[in-house]
Structure formats: C-alpha cells, structure tokens
Write a protein that binds this ligand. Structure first.
Ligand code: DGL
Length: 276
C-alpha cells in the first residue's frame, strides 16, 4: 500500500499556529503535524548558524514523523535557514521538500502599495537578514522597503501579556515610532508569525489607508498553488483532516498557552530535539 504523509508545519513556538489555522481553512482535507520548538525559542535573536541548525533538526524530526513536505511557518527560520536547507541539506532526502513563508508575501505586496513604500515589521533576525527586501525587490524592483524589528512583541505574546495595558502601550509605542519614521508607507507586512495575533490591536493603531498584511492566508494560497503544480507531492499527502501538535517544551504549558492565545483546546505531545 502507498504510504501517505501529513504536512509538517514548523515554528520556533506558537506563532506558526497563525499559519497552520489558515492552511487548515484553505486546505482542510490534509493532515498536519505542527512542531513548535518552544524549548529553544525565541529564534529571532539567535545567530544564523544556530537558527539553521535548530531549524534543520526540527525539519528532520518532522521527516522522521512521516512528513514529506514541511512548511517553515517561521519567518526567522525562513530567512536564515530555508535557502541552505533547500540547497545544501535536502540532497539527503531527495523526495522531500521544505518551503518557507517569505516569498508568498513578497510576491503580492508590490501590487498593494500605491505610494511604492512598503513596511516590514519582523524579528531582529529577519530584519538583519534583509530577506524581505531581497525577495520583494525580485518581484517589484521599484519599491522601497522600510523595516523595523519589534523585539518585545514575541515575548509579550508568548507570555500572553499583549492584552495587558503595559503590553498594549509597548506595542503602540513601537508602531508609532515606525509610522513617524516612514510616513509614506501604505502597506505593512507583519513579517513574523506571531504578529497577526496582534491584528485587532494594530488595526486600531494604524491609519485606515495603511494595509496590514498577514501571511497565513497568502502562505495557504501559495501552498494550494504549489500542490496543483506538484501532483507527485500532492498524491503522497494523507487526507483525513487531522492536526497533531508537538512541542520541545512541556506539553501542558503548550496546551495552556495555545488555549490562552488561540482559544483552542489541543493535546500536544512533547518530543525532544537533539541539542537539549
Ligand atoms: N516565529 C518567529 C518568526 O516568525 C518569531 C518567534 C521567534 O523569535 O522565535 O520570526
């Protein structure tokens, strides 16, 4: 009998669930394995080499769990590890594929802006990598890309403190700093998987003429397109509509935080990743 495989979704922690939920909306028929490397998060402040090795270990774990296709639902991992994994590591696994989350946003963002000024908010690692700027310019060479790192946003979300008055003030302050510095920006990519969780708050802060771009839906549509074009991969995917969650941290903490942040009940399993 032909072996069937779930789609792997990898993130440093909880943020990738924003992508997973959109994948599930657009492609509900497939099975998904989500792995959050919570024990080693955040990735946003880690060096290129460390993010690469952590990400590669996470991807290989998902391969061991039966995934043939893995989505790096983490911008920092996509920025720092995807290219090396695709070009230098996957030869060990010739029938498996790893895709990232930066390109789907880069492909459309230039068509949204009217001023030609695009903003990117992301982790320090993603900003320093300039991956968004490089990818966006491939499709829209004439646009300007202004980036800012928001290093407090991920810890605020991971600790479920983004809804406190203090949390809101910090987010408000960062957003206003960005808007003052780049007044012509009219499209802002939320270039970190955690940031769409802040969307209701951010929509209250930014002027109505500015479009906030969350990646989840774009990544899901891009995957749909990929699977239409790669039938050999699509035919290997199992289709029972299930989601299984794995974390490198305590499963109880993971379950509680997913409930707090996303209001969904899950039953995660703990797995260990090699560098513990
Ligand atoms: N998931 C990461 C990203 O999208 C943010 C969290 C982290 O720093 O690990 O960049």
């Amino acid at each position: 009998m032909k072996e069937q495989s779930p789609i792997g979704v990898f993130d440093s922690g909880y943020g990738g669930i924003t992508v997973l939920l959109e994948l599930k909306k657009v492609l509900p028929q497939y099975d998904y394995l989500y792995l959050g490397d919570n024990a080693r998060a955040p990735y946003g402040t880690k060096s290129f080499d460390v993010v690469l090795e952590h990400t590669w270990e996470g991807v290989q774990k998902l391969f061991q769990l039966g995934c043939e296709l893995v989505i790096l639902a983490c911008n920092t991992a996509s920025a720092k590890a995807l290219r090396t994994i695709q070009q230098q590591r996957l030869f060990e696994y010739p029938n498996k594929r790893v895709l990232g989350v930066i390109r789907p946003s880069a492909e459309i963002v230039g068509a949204i802006t009217r001023t030609g000024e695009i903003g990117v908010l992301a982790t320090e690692g993603t900003v320093k990598s300039c991956s968004y700027e490089i990818e966006i310019r491939k499709f829209f060479p004439e646009v300007n890309v202004s980036q800012m790192a928001c290093p407090l946003w991920v810890p605020l979300i991971e600790n479920n403190r983004h809804w406190t008055d203090e949390g809101k003030q910090l987010i408000f302050k960062d957003m206003n700093t960005f808007l003052k510095k780049y007044p012509n920006v009219d499209a802002i990519v939320l270039g970190c998987t955690h940031y769409p969780i802040l969307l209701p708050l951010l929509e209250d802060i930014v002027p109505k003429n500015i479009v906030l771009i969350s990646q989840g839906e774009l990544v899901a549509k891009s995957l749909l397109d990929y699977l239409c074009r790669h039938q050999w991969m699509e035919s290997k995917l199992s289709k029972s509509g299930t989601i299984q969650f794995f974390t490198s941290e305590s499963a109880e903490i993971f379950n509680d935080n997913v409930l707090n942040i996303f209001h969904i009940y899950i039953n995660a399993k703990k797995i260990s990743l090699p560098w513990h």
